[in-house]
Design a protein around this ligand. Structure first.
Ligand code: URA
Length: 281
């Protein structure tokens, strides 16, 4: 279908990132090269992309605040919520936060999960990715995004020069999920589970201190932006979350189910790259 011109330029020796970009473009449906000269879409995006004003979100309750989530269903045990807030607030660094989450007994998901899936990648990376919850592979490995979605995520990141194994914070990413325990049968997290565990996520972001948040899917975007608006409407527009620029995007699992949406994800990846290069909001 001849969309090979939609990717970043190939003007040097073939590198790992180039091959990843090519693999990603083939996944997008590119099946021929339409020009002899590569088009620098990053440069075009930098000059042409409209600057979208950050959309403020409602302030989040601080992890230290009295646990009070607006519209809490009565089923959410106040003691467990208070416990989560107290544990999160008391964690001085990422390793303490992991220990605090492991010590938290207020969420029944913990009983059915093999692992606490805390994070992967480089703490201190400029980009922090937030997904939904571990699946079967992640529960087995104790690491986020290692199954099919994770493999696609790695290819998407490589296409814009990012890598969870990189040691340079500018090239690395740090990855976590809204929930650290796998929901049974990979069902969607309930609003109670999210409300109960959100204090840990908020603290996690504060301690990891990324420059940018990349919110993958409706659970991550909805939880952190405090909105019920669907991800297809939210995606691609920069906002502010916890005082940091945040870009909602589609979840890789959704891209696997609906490959035609990969072109939207590619636009979001280019927007993230342009932001990291200092070219957009
Ligand atoms: N989907 C997610 O949202 N997170 C993972 O870690 C794996 C799949």
């Amino acid at each position: 279908m001849g969309r090979a011109g939609a990717g970043p330029p190939f003007d040097g020796p073939v590198m790992d990132g180039d091959l990843a970009t090519l693999a990603w473009l083939i996944e997008l449906g590119a099946d021929e090269a339409i020009g002899d000269v590569a088009v620098d879409r990053f440069a075009l995006a930098a000059t042409a992309a409209p600057v979208v004003a950050a959309r403020p979100t409602a302030p989040l309750p601080a992890a230290t605040a009295t646990p009070q989530v607006a519209g809490n269903p009565p089923t959410l045990p106040a003691a467990a919520l208070a416990d989560a807030h107290g544990l999160a607030a008391g964690a001085a660094d990422l390793s303490a936060l992991r220990d605090a989450m492991a010590a938290f007994d207020g969420c029944a998901l913990k009983l059915g999960a093999r692992s606490l899936v805390f994070a992967d990648g480089l703490p201190g990376a400029h980009v922090m990715i937030v997904g939904e919850a571990p699946g079967r592979e992640e529960d087995r490995a104790g690491l986020p995004f290692v199954g099919r979605s994770g493999q696609l995520l790695d290819r998407m990141l490589a296409a814009i020069g990012l890598d969870r194994r990189a040691e340079d914070p500018a090239r690395a990413v740090y990855i976590t999920n809204v929930l650290p325990w796998r929901p049974p049968e990979n069902r969607e997290p309930s609003s109670d589970e999210i409300a109960m565990l959100k204090a840990f996520l908020v603290r996690h972001i504060a301690l990891a201190a990324p420059r940018v948040l990349f919110l993958m899917g409706k659970t991550a975007a909805g939880t952190l932006m405090e909105t019920a608006t669907g991800i297809t409407r939210l995606r691609g527009t920069w906002t502010q979350v916890l005082g940091r620029p945040a870009l909602p995007t589609l979840h890789p699992a959704a891209l696997l189910r609906n490959p035609v949406q990969k072109r939207l994800a590619w636009a979001d990846l280019l927007a993230l790259r342009a932001h990291l290069d200092g070219a957009s909001p």
